[in-house]
Each structure stands twice: as C-alpha cells, then as structure tokens.
Design a protein around this ligand. Structure first.
Ligand SMILES: CC(C)(COP(=O)(O)OP(=O)(O)OC[C@H]1O[C@@H](n2cnc3c(N)ncnc32)[C@H](O)[C@@H]1OP(=O)(O)O)[C@@H](O)C(=O)NCCC(=O)NCCS
Length: 149
C-alpha cells in the first residue's frame, strides 16, 4: 500500500450535504455505523461534534465526525465511514491520520477514544494499525479503543 493517500477533510455545507447523506457502507456493514444523515443531525444538537466529508481528488469518498466530549473531556472519533465503492484504497486510514493530527494539535488533547461493534474486524484492524488499543471497556455493546501517546 502506497504511503498516506491524499485525502482532504471538508466541512458539510449547503452544497455537499445531500451527496454526503447518500454515501453508504456495504450492506453487511450497515450495523457498524449510523447513517450520515443521523450523524449530521446529531452534530446539530451536540455541537462539540465536527462532521466532515472526506475527499480524494475532489471526489467525496466518505465521512468522519470527531470532537471533545464535554461530559468526559475526552477527544473521540464518533463516526468514520468510506462509501462501499471506495473502500480498501487507504482513504479511511488517511482520514484518520488527519483527524488524529488535528486533535493532537489541541493543547488539552491527551488521548483519543472510539468504539466499535465487536464483529467489526476491518475497523479494529485499521484502528490498531494507527495505534489504538482495546481497553476492556464496553459502552452500549461497543468495544472501546484508545490511542495514547
Ligand atoms: C472501516 C472502514 C472505514 C475502513 O476504511 P477503508 O478506506 O476501507 O480502509 P483503508 O483502505 O484505509 O484501510 C484498510 C487497510 O489498510 C491499513 N492501511 C491503510 N493505509 C495504510 C498505510 N498507508 N500504512 C499502513 N496501513 C495502512 C489498514 O489497517 C487496513 O489494512 P488491510 O489493507 O491490510 O486490510 C470502511 O471499511 C467502512 O466504512 N466500513 C463501514 C463503516 C464502519 O465500519 N465504520 C467504522 C465504524 S467504528
């Protein structure tokens, strides 16, 4: 796999939100991530969540959402998805690299958390390749992983 794919994280806007809500994971992955429409709506009522579209060569290929949860003051990646037709090309990995870099640049960011469905081995492998490790915590049936440095 070539080095970090060239992806760009862009805001969700009037111009691109419809395309973003039409991005879909594969059928078998449907239980692994909330629909982008739900995530964008959630960011409206939980404004600490930053929803962003993932672009490669000016083409939208996925969606990521992260932020600092005011309840536990922890930075977390709440959503990551790459459209079913764009997967296994390094975009998910590259988008995570960028999001991690942005969060680590925050002075109060000491670790980054996320959670996965126990059967989501593709995501677990991706996150482990980035240094995330399972902590043994389980939240709403999802396995928690943390990146510490
Ligand atoms: C999980 C998901 C986001 C992965 O995105 P993706 O773009 O297909 O993944 P990538 O191609 O970036 O990375 C996958 C692989 O590359 C690794 N990787 C990618 N780029 C790499 C690089 N430059 N160097 C080292 N490892 C790399 C990953 O660990 C993984 O390993 P593999 O190729 O041996 O399987 C995608 O499958 C998806 O959207 N699934 C449905 C929704 C979902 O499960 N979201 C996560 C919820 S927690």
């Amino acid at each position: 796999m070539e080095s970090v794919m060239d992806v760009e994280l862009r805001a969700i806007t009037k111009a691109n939100w419809r395309q973003c809500i039409n991005l879909k994971p594969a059928e078998a992955q449907a239980d692994f991530v909330a629909p982008n429409l739900f995530s964008i709506a959630q960011s409206k009522v939980e404004p600490y969540l930053l929803p962003l579209a993932i672009y490669h060569d000016a083409e939208m290929v996925g969606f990521i959402m992260y932020g600092r949860d005011p309840d536990d003051e922890c930075y977390c990646v709440a959503r990551l998805m790459i459209d079913e037709h764009q997967q296994a090309r390094g975009y998910g990995w590259a988008a995570m690299i960028q999001a991690i870099k942005r969060m680590k640049a925050e002075p109060d960011c000491r670790e980054i958390a996320l959670s996965i469905e126990p059967q989501n081995t593709a995501a677990q492998k991706l996150y482990e390749s980035l240094g995330f490790r399972k902590t043994g915590e389980v939240v709403e049936g999802e396995v928690v992983m943390r990146l510490r440095w």
